[in-house]
Write a protein that binds this ligand. Sequence first.
Ligand code: ME8
Length: 659
Amino acid sequence: MAEKFYITTPIYYPSDKLHIGHTYCTVATDTIARYKRLQGYDVMFLTGTDEHGQKIEDKAREAGVTPKEFVDRIVEGPRGVKDLWKLMNISNDRFIRTTDDYHEAAVQRIFKRMYDNGDIYKGTYKGKYCKPCESFWTESQLVDGKCPDCGREVQDAEEEAYFFRLSKYADRIRDLLENTDFLEPRSRVNEMIHNFIDPGLEDLCVSRTSFTWGVPVDFDPGHVVYVWVDALSNYITALGYENDRYDDYKDGWWPGVNIVGKEIVRFHSIIWPAMLMSLGEPLPKKCFGHGWLLLDGGKMSKSKGNVVDPYLLAEKFGVDALRFFLMRTFPFGSDGNFSNELLIQTINVDLANDLGNLVSRTTAMAEKYFPEGLPAERQPDDTLDPDLIAQATALRDKYADAMDHYAPHKALEEVFKVIQRANKYIDENAPWALAKDMEANGTRLATVLYNLLEAVRICSVLLTPFIPATTDAIFSQLGACGSCNGCCKTWESAAHWGTLPAKLLVRKGENLFPRIDVEKAIAELDAIQEEARRAALPPIEIEPQLTEQVDFDTFCKSDFRAVKVKHCEAVKKSDKLLKFTLDDGTGTDRQILSGVHHWYEPEDLIGKTLVAIVNLPPRKMMGQESQGMLISAVHTEKGEEQLHLLMVDDAIPAGAKLC
Ligand code: ME8
């Protein structure tokens, strides 16, 4: 029976839309899950959403809906979390929502078990609270008086609360971190020991009374379970722990591998193992803390607003291109700077140039030179062939070594060495030259093409966890699967040269990754992002009214008159100013300059009756005198200033006083 492999992503806060940083973590976990399936493991891949807590309660209130309505929209709604994972071809076997009934009931039982065994007790919480992170901190844990995780302001907090005896597990946690390879990369171990274990683990506050959107403590209903105790439990409740929705916990699916971002390593490598110790359950096999994708050197946080929409990128560049970029570009354990240019460059260099060219040249030549199919006869060349064959057959083990060490970027590096080697092999063998004399060179040409097809096949097997839709397309171009029943796609076959059937009917398909025009694509992205930014702005903004009062006499000193536009023209060398010649009822023309050209063309205003204040001292604008000011109404719409000149009924004679 196949060995079980259970892997999880963090469950996401549906407090806002997911961004490319979340997509990174899920794509990475999906790639590992697919790799394990390829190797023959029986894989269970869990993801989900973490839906309780004050932050969600606050956001729902702002949106004027219930917390459940709020999270439902983000999780299940159009372009929500589930839609995104579907679009990104995420192969999760299960999706947990912490508002699922079975999970909530199981969390109550988990809390009660820890209470019953004396690990949870009641006390008073005094300390600092970071609302965005929903984390309590002691004074000594703050960095410059701010939250050590996100750097934001913290508030004083005091409330009756339940506490978890985390301190009791300090030695066992230290041992786990220092003396096993539970937590990776190793640098994260040092961070945990230095920041949390060495200063002394304190008991953890695990209930709240200041809000209600959470799992109630069933034996003390004023309290809700701390959102992290609720959230971390998902990894086992989703298998059926303390509930009968699933049977997998007792069927041996736990322990599993938790893939998490670096800022939540503390929860996963200290609190979570301590909870499991308290429950007497096995500890996770592994916690891998990956780095962050940064934007301009800062965290791409939804709270900071500089988000990159994965929908937009996947729709524009393709799901596989985005998946590939995320895994190829950023070493998994470290931070990396995300940019649109980098994404496009990676697509152009690796996917269009290296992989795309190899596949399209190989399949095009095979189809052109052997339209009836590749013959079975071979003519190897001891000088030209062995290096390609050796590199391609050695690839699988190097790849596995990288994947087993949670280094998907290194695995791809190895695959691309072989792709580059195969492209070189085309140039070394010049199939187009061989094709000039098919009678003399036909067998050698078939051999060269077969070798290339084999190299493409091996690379495609190993690329499948990363870009599954693309490799499907490649396999169908190779024309293998009709006759081999998928055996050329297996893990075993990736270390075997000569798996493709000797006789092959190759059909070149569509270009896998057309080259992208960098400047054009960046300009288009900028335009889309600008549109999205504007769409998110409030529709109409009106300037707040002044509270300072003017006395009536002062107000009466302003002389407002109806004026008729006799002539209007643009002021030379100014994009803004229009020059108005006005009848103000005095018999002498009045000239006013007004910065309204952005909204009006001069000819549209001739004959209109406007309102002007006529007793302002004259002033010079662009060298011309303006004798007063035209009155207009202004507001902001979708971030853009809007202006309307005040126009009154044409029946009102020029010079009529407005009061
Ligand atoms: O932390 N780069 O949820 P979350 C890389 N609900 N990864 C990033 C990232 C970025 N710019 N931004 C976010 C939570 N992430 C909890 C988890 S698990 C029991 C509870 C990653 O939606 C982040 O590091 O804030 C985390 O691993 C994941 O996205 C979910 O973040």
